[in-house]
Design a binder for this molecule. Structure first.
Ligand SMILES: Nc1ncnc2c1ncn2[C@@H]1O[C@H](COP(=O)(O)OP(=O)(O)OP(=O)(O)O)[C@@H](O)[C@H]1O
Length: 367
């Protein structure tokens, strides 16, 4: 088991990369601590598999170092890195029994048969595979095969880390939830560093204590599911996490006030105002999640009048599509709360309103 550090790591699939866009991984330094349950979350093509393959040694990075417990492992081939990797599609030997499949990684490193049977039985028990141990793998369903693949990753207790690359893709939707819980349980029981790659925010949040959100080859935020929701560090995290994503409004400061277009925003935080006036960039936005906008059906002090464009009834809550000046916003109203018809009076609580300059969050002194 190991702490994994990526030091000034960058990777391009091109021979002579010149621009930032030529890199699948843009230069980054990142630490995965020993024993952590991590998710690597991001849209298709952001570099997740590239990063995993660099850690496991399947891919040699263009520059930078990979450290396991402080030792550089760049020159080591995958088999010497002690990394278990579980891929999207099951990797099992069809002609072997489930038992022999699970025993394979242990027998490869000449483990005694007593230890083999101990570990195989333990892992089979955790993954509910005990009744299938004598079956040939070719007779298993896709779900069962993927559980065997996972089991092969878990069976050695000397691995540095287990990397999961979208492991639930082939799993039946109703079993996905169960397996996610199972992986969490396994993590707690075996205390192994686990990195779980996914593009699904729900999968990431159920599995991981900390999530690294990747966007265009960079980790734009590394935090708990709650931090990513409450204080997205980058506009992409705001859009990508939550449903619907965070609202962003372009803002400017003038005469002691903040404006979005022609709308004067009744924001009293002086440090927020000062931060905006200090910016040299013209890419300045305020971000607020639909869940945190206060919605009233009658005028109230400091609330802004907005036009209701659409109401989407989603059972226990509704999502309002609003227009404030020329800005489109979404707001969430819980069941039982007054639902505005034509006009909604909205208020942005300052504790939940973030300032974003050049897409990154800037903390104001008030927080
Ligand atoms: N073997 C390759 N040769 C050239 N370009 C590649 C290769 N593999 C990946 N890429 C490119 O590198 C970038 C990152 O790809 P990568 O597969 O790491 O992303 P990902 O986040 O894992 O996406 P997905 O979820 O679709 O697998 C993409 O632009 C992709 O097209």
């Amino acid at each position: 088991m190991a702490e994994i550090m990526l030091k000034s790591l960058a990777h391009s699939y091109l021979e002579s990369p010149r621009h930032a866009e030529d890199f699948a991984i843009r230069e980054m330094t990142h630490v995965w601590q020993q024993g952590g349950a991590y998710a690597l979350l991001g849209p298709s093509g952001c570099g997740k598999s590239t990063l995993l393959n660099i850690i496991s040694g399947l891919l040699v990075p263009t520059s930078g170092e990979v450290h396991f417990d402080g030792n550089v492992v760049n020159p080591l081939p995958p088999e010497e890195r002690n990394i278990a990797q579980v891929f999207q599609f099951p990797v099992v030997y069809d002609t072997m029994t489930v038992y022999d499949n699970l025993a394979f990684p242990l027998r490869n490193v000449e483990t005694s048969e007593t230890k083999v049977s101990e570990r195989v039985e333990e892992v089979a028990d955790v993954l509910d595979l005990t009744s299938l141990l004598k079956r040939k793998a070719k007779n298993l369903t896709a779900d069962e095969k993927q559980k065997v693949s996972m089991g092969r990753g878990l069976v050695r207790d000397d691995v540095s880390a287990i990397l999961f690359d979208e492991p639930l893709t082939v799993i039946d939707p109703h079993l996905k939830w169960k397996l996610r819980r199972k992986l969490k349980e396994i993590h707690q029981r075996f205390n192994i560093t686990m990195i779980y790659v996914t593009h699904d925010q729900l999968e990431a949040s159920t599995f991981a204590d900390k999530i690294a959100v990747m966007y265009e080859g960079q980790v734009v935020q590394f935090g708990s599911p709650r931090e990513l929701f409450e204080r997205p560090g980058h506009t992409f995290v705001g859009y990508f996490i939550g449903s619907p994503g965070m609202n962003f409004m372009r803002v400017r400061a003038s005469d002691g006030h903040l404006y979005s277009g022609d709308v004067l925003l009744p924001i009293t935080s002086s440090s927020l105002y000062e931060n905006v006036t200090r910016c040299t960039s013209d890419n300045i936005q305020l971000g607020i999640r639909p869940e945190f906008i206060e919605v009233h059906d009658t005028p109230v002090e400091r609330a802004l009048e907005s036009e209701v464009i659409q109401v989407q009834d989603l059972g226990t809550y509704s999502i309002l599509s609003l227009r404030l000046g020329n800005v489109a916003l979404k707001a969430r109203v819980e069941e039982g709360e007054p639902l505005p018809a034509d006009k909604a009076y909205i208020h942005f609580p300052e504790a939940w309103t973030g300032l974003y300059v050049d897409e990154y969050r800037v903390e104001s002194g008030d927080e």
